[in-house]
Design a protein around this ligand. Sequence first.
Ligand SMILES: NC(=O)C1=CN([C@@H]2O[C@H](COP(=O)(O)OP(=O)(O)OC[C@H]3O[C@@H](n4cnc5c(N)ncnc54)[C@H](OP(=O)(O)O)[C@@H]3O)[C@@H](O)[C@H]2O)C=CC1
Ligand SMILES: O=C(O)[C@@H]1CCC=N1
Length: 255
Amino acid sequence: MIGFIGAGNIGGAVITGLVKNGFDSDQIIVKGGKSNTAKDLQDQLGFKMVSKIKQMADTDVIFIAVGQTALDSVMTELSSIAEGKLVVAFTGGATIAQLKKKLIGAKVAIAIPNTPVKVGAGFTGISYSDVFEEADKKKVCSILGYTGQVVEVPSEQLGILGTVAGCSPAFLDLFIEALSDAGVKHGLNRQLAYDAAIGMAIGASKLAKQSDLSVPELKDEVTSPGGSTIRGVAALEEYGFRNAVIKAVDAAEGK
Ligand SMILES: NC(=O)C1=CN([C@@H]2O[C@H](COP(=O)(O)OP(=O)(O)OC[C@H]3O[C@@H](n4cnc5c(N)ncnc54)[C@H](OP(=O)(O)O)[C@@H]3O)[C@@H](O)[C@H]2O)C=CC1
Ligand SMILES: O=C(O)[C@@H]1CCC=N1
């Protein structure tokens, strides 16, 4: 059995990705918060729910999907049943030391999934505490693997990886929205503009993943000499697109 404490945006996305991609919902126990969010998801996906964390004693892996403000009280409640379990927190800014201190006897890890986990196309960075054995890592990856790629990184790189993969769906959504606005400005209807922008983002990403060419070489393939694309690229650079993206990452990192 696996448990989730919190089923909000990211907890709910991971649970949805698991169940929609074949993980048995009977093997999932969820403890939700104060609102109906977790209950509403249960109505769609059919997992078990409990009202107290101590009722999750039968689980061997627990995912904590609450924010920083709730983390401390959740860990206090979890500590009575944590021994021997694998506990993976999604909480941004949490540290392995912080988890280890409260969850005595548990093997702790921190993971930063991104919202595409919901459709099995996620990218999750994960850092394990030193007591994690290969078999433990395999167990966690075999679960999160239902939701997409899982990549282990040293804990000092988890923050930036979490920003580049975890915050950036919002940045890409902003780009898609802006591209669609531009299409509408030039006469496309809104739906067609979104279909074109989203279809392009999926296709260009798939090409970048599968092609032998590098990302700049793929860009060069689109920019015909004297053509329209290079004029657009030049305008993006003139308005600081690359710098805006780097500054967005700096800001997300608190720098
Ligand atoms: N959103 C994202 O893309 C990502 C978020 N994260 C991190 O995950 C954490 C949560 O973010 P996010 O999902 O966006 O936030 P949400 O507010 O959407 O979800 C948090 C959930 O925690 C629940 N909760 C609060 N207290 C408890 C409790 N004591 N027991 C059980 N559930 C509880 C809340 O329930 P209720 O509202 O019903 O009280 C809420 O549904 C943050 O630290 C964030 O940094 C990490 C990766 C990606
Ligand atoms: O905005 C946040 O804090 C979280 C971390 C990664 C994505 N969302």
